[in-house]
Design a protein around this ligand. Sequence first.
Ligand code: SAH
Length: 254
Amino acid sequence: MSGSLSIVGLGPGSEAQVTPEATQVLMEATDIVGYGSYIDRLTPQRFVVLHRSGNGVELERAREALNLAVDGKKVALVTSGDPGVFAMAAAVFEAVDAQPKAWASVEIRILPGITALLAAAARVGAPIGNDFCAINLSDNLKPWALIEKRLRLAVEADFVIACYNPRSRARPDGFARVLTLLRQHTESKRIIAFARAVSTQHEQIKAILLEDCRPEMADMQTLVLIGNSATRMIEQNGKRWVYTPRLVGLRKSQ
Ligand code: SAH
């Protein structure tokens, strides 16, 4: 009999931000599959088998997890944040879609987690109090021209924009190009927040104006939030908060 595959989001880093549902599934799993650094975040139960894989081999990792489930195992496939946001849930369905018969009997469940965008937004204040979108700045799986087009249109539509995967060693120049594009299409006082390693001991939060941004301020552990034209910075209780008002395009007194 086939087993099951739970695709589990571990949240942004802190154990306090792992859902009770995820903890329960991890306790019951016979096999846990994931990128090494996510496996390192777990406190494994005694009898569980850990399957570490390298970064950037998502489809292979998805097939490995599905194959273990076909063999009757209770598999947990772990990802950071939420498994549906630029992560393994889509990779699993790509594998299933390509070979529908191979894994037809596996029971698949997706367990949501706190995605980096939500964890970062909560630290910064309320930057996504109005309409927002999320863009993955990695051009591993899509052409750079499409990233630029989406950014340009998102700025034109005045969305708050969350940028995942802003900058890596393999792609050191992409984020510099993003800043250039923003400087061409928005005002220099636009508020940008850099939220790095949120909820871990290396957490760093910085909210500044576009004119003061430098490409090195982002790395692979950073979520970059680009404010919209109404996003504001305010002081309260000795702290600087960033928020985007809910009201736009209407005059109302509340
Ligand atoms: N599934 C994950 C995203 C994977 S893409 C999620 O839902 O959060 C990896 C990107 O997520 C990183 O490059 C970074 O932009 C962001 N990220 C993940 N964890 C983060 C954290 N603790 N703090 C800030 N950004 C984080």
